[in-house]
Design a protein around this ligand. Sequence first.
Ligand code: BG6
Length: 488
Amino acid sequence: FGNQPCSFVIFGATGNLASNKLLPALFHLEAAGRLAENLTLIAFSRRDWTVDSWREHIRSVLGDKIGKKLDSPVFERFLARFRYQKGDLNEVESYHALATQLSPESACTRTVFYLAIKPADFAAVVQHLEAAGLNKPRGMSRVVIEKPFGEDIESAQTLNRLLHQHFDEEQIYRIDHFLGKETVQNLLVFRFANTLIEPLWNRNFIDHVQITVAESIGIEGRADYYDRAGALRDMLQNHLMQLLAVIAMDPPPALEADALRDEKVKVLRSIRPIIKRAVHAHAVRAQYVGGHVDGHAVAGYQQEKEVEKNSITETFVAAKFYIDNWRWGGVPFYLRTGKRLAQQSSLIAIRFKHPPQQLFRETPLERVAPNWVLLSIQPEKSMRMEIHVKQPGLDMDTRVMQMNASYLKTDEQALDAYETLLLDVIEGDRSLFIRFDEVEWAWQVIDPILKHWAVEREFIPTYPAGSWGPAEANRLFDNDDQTWRNEV
Ligand code: BG6
């Protein structure tokens, strides 16, 4: 376990992210024997709890996720690692109290500070860590910052400057958990380990690219964050832009952190800026109203707890981008994401051009379909290709067939993104974390849309919960024969 940290502090320990992602991932790492014996986990939260009430809390949040393992020695070992620090993110005394909890019996000062909190609180925490001397000796601790990093380009730059006042770049882990997903990393392998794919991966053969991250869940009690953020900041600026970058980038000279990031940045820099009067043609926003998801009636966004009355926060966004470089010139990239859509589905759908010659004239027009490559990230983890084959029979007719490869073999299970990424933080591997220029260029692309929407505040289109979003999303398409691909 070399020079691994000996304390891991979770700010926002009782929040949604900690309960749904961090605690299960840490437990799985425990079960896999990946946590050093001397690692102490410290839960920091405002609640007036003791360490015992905190342990009860873990039992209840992990209960339905790990089932029988709740009675195992591994779980007891996991619980025993925890300390609990009651504290207020905005009071420096809480940080002094925290300091007394950090591995008091060892000389080890290496600590991970995980900011699983609202972006609005990032700055306060970083400043208080400094005030309480918790970032000393400089270079020893690591700080993990969740997305969205800033709420526009200026605030992202300010936050970055502030971080650099107190931490070196090597200590900063800007997390985008989509990069930790196995199927997202598989994109690199799919593209760069197969001769079959890469020669076609450009404007000569590809008609357009679609990236969909559809969720059937709502905002899950996170109104105080989400109502300020909206889908553009919550998902598109980070997760979807990262997917776009990985799909569109050139092969890096080596699989190293900076080489990969350099290529991603080149893509982000090449995205054509959207001028003010083009925002309407390039971006669509909408908000869900009541409807049915999976057969259950669900409330509209404005009826969600703690959402502001008449909020115009978007819960759906679709956008069109062009990457102005030799590989992608003229190929539209259509991105969309939303809450309370018909089903959970993250899908990259790549449509190829029609063959230059239509030789098989007996195929009825409605069956003349182009080739698609469908890379499903979740819940299905698969790679599919739609190709034409001959329709058996006397005529020279064709039909579409899917070649379908599951990413996982039946006895395999994908690691959760947070397991991979938390282990990387603990082991000090930053290759799957985001460099600031990536964040900055992604904001650069998004900013004109944000600014335009910020002044157009009186109206937002709606879509019924359980649908595929507003009809307006169809107006982004360049051609009549382009439509959203919802399913694999
Ligand atoms: C988070 C967003 O970053 O990603 C959430 O804040 C979203 O709103 C989540 O639900 C989706 O991630 P996953 O891995 O559960 O698909």
